[in-house]
Structures are given as C-alpha cells and as structure tokens.
Ligand binder design. Structure first.
Ligand SMILES: [Zn+2]
Length: 456
C-alpha cells in the first residue's frame, strides 16, 4: 500500500520522502553515542596484541557475567555446566560453552531476550540463503556502535561520516515502470544518491553515468553484483567516468575476484569490503593492505575446528561472540560461514587477528559426485568476457545446471570451454547442463546468488 502511494508521487516528493526517511535513519545511525564510539574506535585499532587480548578477556568476562544475571537462556546453561563467568581468564574459556546455532535461536527466542533491557530495541532479521529467516532484537546503542565500526573501516580509505555517496541497491526506491530519467533518487539528509538494480541497463546507464560524473561522490557503496553489471555496461558502451570516487565499498554479498577487478578498472579506484553479518555479533574489516582484521572491540570471532592448510593458514567455522548487543546477546553463535585465518604481522600495523578469506557467507554450495562442497565458481568464468552473468544451480546430486546470460560474442566454443574447466577443476564426473536466460532473477531482498542449491 505504502509502496503504491510512493510510486505515484511526483519525483520531487519521492526525493523528499527519501530525505525524510534518511533524516530519521541518519539520527538512528549517527546519533546518540556514535561520535564517542567512532573516536574511541579510531584509536583502539592500533592496540598491541597483548592489549587486545586483555581488552577481549575483560569484555568477554563482563558480557558473560551480564548474561548470567539477565538472560534466562544462559542462566540455565551456565548452571547446568557449573560455569562461573567470574572465573574467566582467557578467550579459550569460551570453549567450555556450547555453540549457539540458528535453530537454537529460533527454539529459545523468548529466553534469549533480555527482560531487564530498558534501552530502545529494534526488531531485525536475516534473509538466509534457504529463505528461512532468523529474527532477533538489536539495541539502538548497538546500532550506533556498529555504524561507528563501519565508518572506521571507511576512514581507513579517507572517508568521513558526512561525505556524499552513491548507493547501488536492490531496494525499490524507483517505481519499476518508470521509463524516463532520473533513474535515481536523492536523500539529501545523508548526502546519498540512490540507484537501483532494476534501472541499470543499456538504456539507462548513459544517464546514470552523467549523474555520477556530475560528481561530488566521495565513495560508492552497494552490492557487488549490481556494481559489476553497471561496470560491464559502462565498458561496453565506451562511456567515460570523469570523476571517479575515491573508493568503492561493497557489501551484502561476497565480493568475487572477477567482480572486484572489473569494478576497480571501470571506476578507476580501489574496491574494498568487510566481513559482517546482520546478527551483529562480530565483524572484520579490510585494511589498506587488504587483510580482514577482526574488529576486536565488537566481539570475538573464533575459528572452530580449525584445519591447518599447507601454507600455514588455518580454516574453520566462524563462531561469533558479541560485546555490544545486550538486548539479545549471542555467545558462540554459528554464523554459517567458514573463514581462513593467518598468523602474520600486517604491514598496516594492526595486531588484531587477521582473516585472508571468508569462504562462504551463508552461501549455497554444489556437492560433487566425490562429495566435495564447492562454494565458488567464479574462476571458471574469469577468463571469458562472453558471459554477462551466470548462476550455478544444483537440483540433483551428480549434476549442475549453469544458467548463463550471454553476451553477443558468446559461441558454442565457450560452452565447451566452460564444461572443460568444470571437469578439470571441479570434478570430472559432474554432469553439466546449460540454460540460457535473458536475466537471472534476484532473491526477495535483491541479492544475487552465484550458487543455488535445492539439495538440503
Ligand atoms: Zn592490515
């Protein structure tokens, strides 16, 4: 209903609506304790390894004591295990506690809520790759802390909280049936110009580039799949980016290598991202040297059941214990991702734990006949410029369907080549089928899924 009314409003009223919403949102993000947290975080990122450890042990102890006093779910668990939070002296003590799965959160939702919490609370949820969403509560203060953290990441690349930016989103800020420019909306409160994926195509992009070239945008932020599509079209049409942003931050989906390369080339700037999840109990942000550093002030990211790799790195499930969201604290929460950690002194000088790669963000995977789980296929398409977009779908064990949006130069040879790469790099026994489509539909949230599995 709201959307229907919005869609028939004149554009300047739509801009005003975006601005009003933006003004409320800005206050929610950058109000309250945001300035204080932001300043603290800018300094604390350079603490020494020992100081970081002391900080985390102290925070962990306090959070566990707090949970023991306030959260029925943890009171029960601690009592059963005879666990005394006051005795915590090391991060390793976490291992005495059980893992919190998504199913545990669903089944114990009421008991995980802090009944004594007076601060204002927001209802949030994740979308989840299987369509099964997860509800949880988030305190307003925790929202501000998280934005301070996210702006600390941006600060590493020369961006400040009030800088003008362009957002590329899957949300429907522009009526779908609009056929004339402007293909964007303005949120003056946040100096944000909003572009949506539904209006990025060969007809609209020349106008979009004109708007981007008018400039004033210090940075862009958005889904990598949308920015990638835009970059491909700009390149195809031979349009020129006259005033590139300083930096592009991607989010919501994993940033694939080929996307990063293309976006970086076309917009002539650095592309970076961070590792986070809506549950807000852990985060890691890339530094200037491209490593993800654990945002240790925000929570602990444990590497569960680590497997040592030959290059000295180690890979395991991500478990997150948050420090800031006291409305519904998550302890040892199984995010559903795996990541690869590295013991290395980073040249940037930060000494918090470092992650080189996040191997899946609640993403689907393909199971090969040999039983391997394959999360990423992007390197199969890395050297071909004849595929606009692709998606791997698995409905049956032993076979996959590759859905492809062709570009004009796509030939039978490309198909043979892709099959060959799948057989040589992924599995010689995996049957490969093709489906050629004009577009690949997005999830309800606008997210693009590179791999979709119907095998559960
Ligand atoms: Zn670093």
């Amino acid at each position: 209903m709201k959307e229907k009314i919005y869609n028939v409003m004149p554009i300047f009223i739509q801009n005003l609506t975006c601005t009003l919403k933006g003004s409320i949102e800005k206050n929610r993000r950058l109000g309250g304790n945001f300035p204080k947290y932001y300043q603290q975080l800018l300094k604390s990122q350079f603490l020494s390894e020992q100081e970081i450890n002391d900080f985390q042990v102290n925070k962990l102890k306090n959070v566990l004591i707090y949970c023991n006093e306030n959260i029925p779910y943890y009171q029960k668990i601690f009592k059963k295990l005879n666990f005394i939070p006051e005795d915590v002296t090391s991060i390793k003590d976490l291992e005495k506690l059980p893992i919190l799965t998504k199913e545990d959160v669903r089944n114990n939702y009421e008991e995980l809520i802090n009944p004594n919490f007076n601060d204002k609370v927001l209802h949030s949820h994740t979308s989840g790759s299987t369509g099964k969403s997860l509800k949880f509560l988030f305190s307003e203060d925790a929202v501000q802390y998280r934005w301070a953290l996210w702006f600390r990441h941006k600060h590493r690349f020369g961006i400040e909280p009030n800088d003008a930016y362009a957002t590329f989103t899957g949300l429907a800020a522009i009526p779908l049936n609009q056929k004339r420019p402007p293909y964007w909306r303005e949120n003056y409160a946040m100096k944000q110009t909003i572009f949506t994926m539904h209006h990025i195509n060969r007809d609209t992009v020349p106008y979009i580039v004109e708007r981007l070239n008018k400039g004033g945008f210090k940075y862009y932020s958005g889904y990598p799949s949308i920015l990638y599509n835009l970059a491909v079209i700009i390149d195809d049409l031979g349009l020129e980016m006259k005033r590139p942003p300083k930096v592009i931050f991607t989010g919501a989906e994993a940033l694939l290598d080929y996307q990063r390369e293309k976006i970086s080339n076309v917009f002539n700037c650095l592309v970076t991202d961070q590792y986070g999840f809506s549950e807000g109990c852990g985060n890691a942000s890339r530094c200037e040297h491209d490593l993800f550093h654990e945002d240790f002030e925000y929570g602990i990211l444990e590497c569960h059941k680590p497997i040592a790799n030959s290059d000295g790195t180690y890979t395991g499930d991500v478990l997150a214990t948050g420090f800031t969201n006291l409305a519904m604290p998550f302890i040892r929460y199984q995010v559903g991702d795996t990541a690869t950690w590295i013991d290395k002194k980073c040249e940037c000088g930060r000494e918090s734990k470092a992650i080189i790669q996040v191997n899946g963000r609640n993403e689907d995977y393909v199971i090969t006949p040999e039983g391997n789980k394959i999360l990423r296929f992007d390197y199969i398409f890395k050297d071909t410029d004849s595929v606009f977009e692709s998606q791997i779908v698995q409905k049956k064990l032993g076979e996959i369907v590759i859905r492809i949006v062709k570009r004009n130069n796509y030939t039978d040879k490309d198909e043979k080549n892709i099959t060959h790469l799948v057989h040589s790099k992924i599995s010689p026994n995996l049957k490969v089928f093709y489906e050629y489509v004009s577009e690949i539909e997005r999830e309800a949230t606008g997210k693009f899924r590179a791999v979709k599995s119907y095998i559960k």
